[in-house]
Ligand binder design. Sequence first.
Ligand code: NI
Length: 160
Amino acid sequence: MAIRNIREYGDEVLNKKCKEITEMTPRIKELIEDMLETMYEANGVGLAAPQVGILKRVVVIDVTGEDPYILINPRIVESSGEQTGQEGCLSVPGKSGQVTRPNYVKAVALDVNMRPFEIEGTELLARAICHELDHLDGHLYVEKVEGELLDVVYDEEEEE
Ligand code: NI
């Protein structure tokens, strides 16, 4: 496993549409392992393949820090409600902005064995699913920010 370089806002790879994964290969398995390690190292709750420069439809999400979801070729099939809150992205470091998302989403995806499964989430998980899936179509949350993009103020005591 290895930590990969996270591409930042302005890198055109982040604005491209990703391709579906048609078969699991050792290379894609390695990509997924690396994405997990990269996400945890950056204290993120989600990471999409284009953020490490790979234009394939795979995202990893972990809003609890304990149990990652790996979503291959994910697609939102149901959504409802609305939530408005602060959002950030590992590709836009030091910034956050207010974004409105559905409060509930259901998605279908393939797991690492290329078997289909469903994932449902509310609140932060719903927000993370929407945010990460947007990356696969070349969209960043900054396009959806209501008002100003803010500088994140870190609490010094929380830094390690
Ligand atoms: Ni992001």
